[in-house]
Design a protein around this ligand. Structure first.
Ligand SMILES: NC(=O)c1ccc[n+]([C@@H]2O[C@H](COP(=O)([O-])OP(=O)(O)OC[C@H]3O[C@@H](n4cnc5c(N)ncnc54)[C@H](OP(=O)(O)O)[C@@H]3O)[C@@H](O)[C@H]2O)c1
Length: 308
């Protein structure tokens, strides 16, 4: 039985990692602030690793939030995200250097203007200003992984992750991932008996979406692989515009909602999708959850948590 420590186990991705790890029969330890571990505290982080001595750490701990939250408290967010990573690598180097660290890296770490996100280019340009409170720390993660491998032999397996959606996310629409936020707002619109739904922006930007459970599965089947300091995309090379997603949600809810746009919201880059060549080499048979299935499961989840 593999001894796995999930950091950020109470978060959106962390919960799915925990669920899959249970199915795989791992010996599990969980950590997050809600569970009494502030990993931004270096001593606390090191004590935890000393107690658990994990073979694998799946690192889903981060100070996240939507763009609105990031704009409200950018300094605090950046500082915590940098501390979480520095503390983790420092503690692993000192306490358990034989541990493998598996971690998602948000694709917001790509250059802000990259339409097709290809791994060799992921550090070839500045990140978008709107993601300054966390995206640069994902590049710090890469540097830490490389330096701690060179000095202490620590193994890291890093994955670049597209926009996630699915059950288990926050219920505050300003903090959740974009697709989940749209489902929440649409469910509330219908609940109020309104027939018009306003999309924030033109709805034209095309993004790649990935069901959160798929990301968790991939993280959990990759710890025994070779060191992967240079992150690989978890990718389908497939994008859908916000308008298409909105229409899919409306369809799933049985129709009867008219879509309009609030052009006061900025659109961001027109297209962002991830190249899948390296991913397909590593997981040639992986079948991603279809968008329709994923949206159906997400709607079911939010119906339960919002209106019970
Ligand atoms: N590109 C994407 O859309 C995408 C998608 C999925 C995941 N990711 C990456 O996956 C990671 C997790 O994202 P998420 O969406 O799951 O975030 P999330 O829902 O906000 O969860 C973050 C987790 O980190 C924990 N945490 C935060 N600060 C902590 C601290 N000081 N000490 C201990 N635990 C702390 C939180 O615990 P408490 O709530 O108990 O404080 C929570 O369990 C991030 O690195 C993110 O970039 C990216």
């Amino acid at each position: 039985m593999v001894r796995v420590l999930v950091l950020g186990a109470t978060g959106f991705l962390g919960r799915h990692v925990v669920r899959h790890a249970r199915r795989l029969g791992c010996e599990l330890s969980l950590a997050s602030r809600r569970l009494g571990h502030d990993l931004a505290n270096a001593d606390g982080c090191s004590r935890l690793l000393d107690q658990v001595r994990p073979e694998v750490i799946v690192n889903c701990a981060a100070d996240m939030g939507g763009v609105v939250d990031a704009a409200r408290r950018p300094a605090a967010m950046l500082t915590t995200n940098a501390r979480l990573l520095v503390n983790l690598y420092e503690a692993v180097g000192a306490v358990c250097p034989q541990t493998t660290i598996v971690q998602p890296v948000s694709n917001s770490a790509y250059p802000g203007d990259a339409a097709l996100q290809r791994e060799p280019d992921w550090r070839d340009g500045p990140v978008h200003d709107s993601v300054l409170p966390f995206a640069p720390t994902r590049r710090l993660l890469y540097a830490l992984a490389a330096c701690y491998r060179d000095q202490y032999g620590v193994r890291s397996v890093n994955w670049l992750v597209p926009n996630a959606y699915g059950p288990g996310d926050d219920i505050d629409p300003t903090r959740v991932h974009a697709l989940n936020g749209m489902i929440i707002r649409m469910l509330k619109t219908r609940r109020r008996g309104e027939r018009r739904f306003t999309i924030w922006g033109s709805g034209r930007p095309v993004r790649e979406w990935c069901y959160v459970g798929d990301i968790a599965k991939i993280l959990l089947t990759s710890w025994d692989r070779d060191d992967q300091i240079d992150p690989v995309n978890i990718a389908q090379r497939q994008g859908h515009s916000i308008n298409v997603i909105a229409r899919l949600i409306v369809e799933e809810l049985g129709g009867g909602v008219e879509l309009s746009h609030d052009l006061g919201y900025p659109d961001g880059a027109p297209t962002k999708i991830l190249d899948d060549e390296l991913f397909r080499e590593r997981f040639p048979d992986f079948r991603f959850t279809s968008l329709a299935d994923g949206i159906r499961r997400t709607i079911r989840y939010y119906r339960q948590v919002l209106f019970r």
